[in-house]
Design a protein around this ligand. Structure first.
Ligand code: SF4
Ligand code: SF4
Length: 288
């Protein structure tokens, strides 16, 4: 029978789950650069946990560019459904194999007013992705990957299986630890400050000398703004991940020049066509 690792590799090949990784729960306790309080350790959520399994799906850039729009709203919801389905099915598969496992909540809040008051979830998928060596934190708390920049949604499974029991070879375990160290040292953020400059409510600190975790997004204000947009039925902002120049998806979609997002400034023919397309989508399906 194929191992759990092989199963995820197969899903990656089929582009069902393009991103996945594993981390030992001990990584949370050892962390010094991006520590989380012990309450947020995987073992505090699921005491039996030995390994954290992280999966990710990319946000499609041309849909994100229409934000705020019903297109992006639906896209976000659909990506969450894909992730929820996968973590439920994969956990159930592991349980059947005899490895106690649980999926964590993808979003983890009941309504936006809760997030405005207390802008944190019980578990951070971004930290899980970081410990699995999948990328690096950006200057605010966005999580950057090489392929898709910050345009990835993550979800997590906690399991009592060890990485070896999941079929992750020692060589692969060492490789992801080395990868994490490399990202930690070199990062992926190029300190362009675009996320800060383009944020419509200036919720991201503009101090160019410092970065996350010193610089933090004002999550309560961000949540209040997202709530405002959500009431109109549109997507919940996402401008900071839209404008980030990191990610190979920018090459695929030919969006290397982020000045296209200065929508009020005059640009060339391509920019005009893009803005016309975004505005057309924004004009339909939501309240004004
Ligand atoms: S989601 Fe929007 S409001 Fe929130 S930090 Fe990013 S750009 Fe600012
Ligand atoms: S937009 Fe620029 S500063 Fe912000 S996370 Fe991306 S690379 Fe870093």
């Amino acid at each position: 029978m194929k191992s759990f690792y092989d199963l995820l590799s197969q899903k990656k090949k089929q582009s069902i789950l393009p991103i996945f990784g594993f981390a030992d729960v001990s990584a949370w306790e050892k962390e010094t650069k991006y520590p989380t309080a012990p309450d947020f350790y995987p073992t505090n959520i699921f005491p039996e946990a030995k390994t954290v399994i992280v999966i990710g799906v990319p946000v499609v850039l041309p849909i994100l560019e229409t934000t705020p729009s019903v297109y992006y709203n639906e896209h976000q919801n659909n990506l969450n459904v894909v992730l929820e389905n996968e973590i439920i099915t994969l956990s159930s598969f592991l349980n059947r194999l005899g490895f106690a496992s649980m999926p964590t909540a993808r979003g983890g809040y009941s309504e936006m007013s809760v997030l405005i008051e207390k802008p944190m979830a019980a578990f951070s998928h971004r930290h899980a992705a970081y410990h699995a060596g999948l990328g690096a934190f950006g200057r605010n708390n966005v999580f950057l990957t090489k392929k898709y920049g910050p345009r990835v949604r993550f979800a997590t499974i906690l399991t009592a299986a060890t990485q070896s029991e999941l079929g992750v070879s020692k060589k692969k375990q060492k490789k992801s630890i080395a990868q994490k160290k490399k990202f930690e040292k070199n990062g992926l953020c190029i300190d362009c400050m675009a996320c800060s400059k383009f944020c419509p409510i200036q919720a991201i600190g503009g101090d160019s000398k410092n970065t996350y975790p010193v610089v933090k997004t004002d999550k309560s204000r961000c949540a209040a703004y997202l709530d405002e947009l959500g009431k109109k039925g549109t997507s919940r902002c996402g401008v900071c991940i839209k404008v980030c120049p990191v990610g190979k998806d920018r090459i695929l979609f030919d969006r290397r020049n982020i000045s296209i997002y200065n929508e009020s400034e005059i640009g060339g023919e391509k920019k005009e066509r893009l803005i016309r397309a975004w505005n057309h989508i924004r004009d339909y399906g939501t309240k004004k």
